[in-house]
Design a protein around this ligand. Structure first.
Ligand code: PMP
Length: 428
């Protein structure tokens, strides 16, 4: 199980001595990892961990799936072009064709594709720039609990005060409005948004766009109701304000359908994709835009890495496979199983535990027990051989994010580990 060229057991010394204090996930999961396959990761001592974090949702098909690995190896063997400038390449052409054939055409969607720098944050930057360019307005509305990235433009629409404080400079032109997370009346939120846009004394300029996660992941697994999404889009259309949907974490079948907004029957003006679109955990981001708002001039949002060829190869294989096996239907089935077990065997352990989610992004909210409960459960899961993150305000929500192609037995194994960890933490 070990990579032959690595030493028997790698300690923390290189990281602690030389890596910046900014490192983060490794603090929650302080093993040194080597190999990974499917739903499992192995540390340098050979211990297996069931991965319910899946590279923050990048690994729709788990770690190193053979059907993608073979394509990557063949591409590298053939000396396929590998650098990331936005030249016309065969790999990019194949990706675009697969995306149109398997994602856009079956849904009757007409979007242009913009390849940005490889982070989600960079794609969000592009979406915001474009919305401002197209409308000639500066302001953007974003939601409490929102997470869109940590570069300055994307941080400006990210709500977390801790992350915002690190900007060290002003974060401008954003108005935050409440997310429909059950704390306030959903219709009142829409009325508030409309009033801000129409009242000549609201004190807020009409925005270029509203940027939205249909399900807030980092925000604590908050699901916006479908009718609310529908009504929001109608409202924005009435006032000529663009709708940007950030599907970076919950797109690519995470909630079932390819796009998270399909459940609401809406068509955003701009969609941002990243994470799982790269197929193999390889960095790739793109912005989808209605052709009529493609107001870019050549090179206005450029950069060196805007065509990760290996991610195109992997992403093409992933799109083809998802269509072939009807991944969306699988996610819906496994998501229903996950919900049932969470409800009957985990949330049932204590009435203060609340489950929320869609498909294979599920949350278990422990805030009513205490702020540290979900973090303790995550730590206990790690001791029991499982990687699972927390999300939400004060990290009070345990976030389940397994690979989408996870075997049912592995899904049940993970849920049993969570059940045991919750029992242990309730007893402690
Ligand atoms: N938007 C959403 C919804 C995200 O979940 C994330 C990453 N967690 C981002 C944007 C930022 O992506 P990246 O970390 O690749 O910049």
């Amino acid at each position: 199980m070990r990579i032959p060229d690595l030493p028997e057991s790698v300690g923390h010394a290189p990281f602690e001595a030389h890596e910046s204090a900014v490192r983060s996930y490794c603090r929650a999961f302080p093993a040194v990892f080597g190999r990974a396959k499917g739903a499992f990761v192995f540390d340098s001592a050979g211990r297996a961990y069931l991965d319910f974090f899946a590279g923050a949702g990048t690994l729709a098909f788990g770690h190193n799936p053979d059907f993608i690995k073979r394509r990557l190896l063949a591409y590298i063997e053939s000396d396929g072009i590998t650098h990331g400038l936005d030249l016309y390449t065969e790999a990019k052409a194949a990706f675009i064709e697969a995306f149109v054939r398997h994602v856009l055409a079956p849904r009757g969607l007409d979007y242009r594709l913009q390849f940005t720098g490889p982070t989600g944050a960079n794609a969000v930057e592009a979406a915001l720039k474009l919305a401002r360019r197209v409308t000639g307005r500066q302001g953007v509305f974003a939601f409490s609990g929102a997470y869109h990235g940590l570069s300055l433009g994307s941080l400006a629409v990210t709500a977390n005060h801790g992350k915002r404080a690190a900007a060290g400079t002003g974060l401008h032109d954003v108005t935050f409005v409440p997310y429909p997370d059950g704390q306030l009346d959903d219709a009142a939120i829409l009325a508030w948004i409309e009033r801000l846009m129409t009242d000549s004394h609201s004190g807020v300029d009409k925005p270029a766009a509203v940027i939205l996660e249909t399900l807030q992941a980092e925000g604590g697994i908050n699901v916006a109701p479908s009718p609310w999404l529908h009504d929001l889009q109608a409202l924005l259309q009435r006032h000529g304000v663009l709708l940007i949907v950030d599907d970076i974490q919950v797109g690519c079948h995470r909630t079932g359908p390819f796009f998270s907004f399909e459940r609401a029957g809406i068509t955003p003006d701009i969609v941002v994709l990243s994470k799982a679109i790269g197929g193999y955990g390889l960095p790739l981001s793109l912005v989808l835009l209605r052709p009529s708002i493609d107001a870019w001039r050549p090179g206005e949002h450029t950069g060196t890495f805007r065509g990760n060829q290996l991610a195109f190869v992997a992403g093409t294989a992933a799109l083809e496979q998802a269509a072939r096996i009807d991944l969306g239907a699988q996610v819906q089935r496994k998501g229903a199983l996950c919900e049932r077990v969470l409800h009957e065997r985990v949330a049932a352990l204590d009435p203060r535990l609340k489950r929320r989610g869609l498909g294979l992004i599920q949350g278990l909210d422990g805030a009513a027990i205490d702020d540290g409960f979900a973090s303790r459960v995550s730590r206990r899961c790690f001791e029991l051989g499982m990687i699972i993150e927390t999300a939400g305000r004060r990290d009070t929500v345990l976030k389940l994010l397994p690979p989408l192609n996870i075997e049912e037995a592995e899904l049940l194994q993970g849920l049993s580990t969570i059940e045991q960890a919750v029992r242990d933490c309730l007893r402690a």
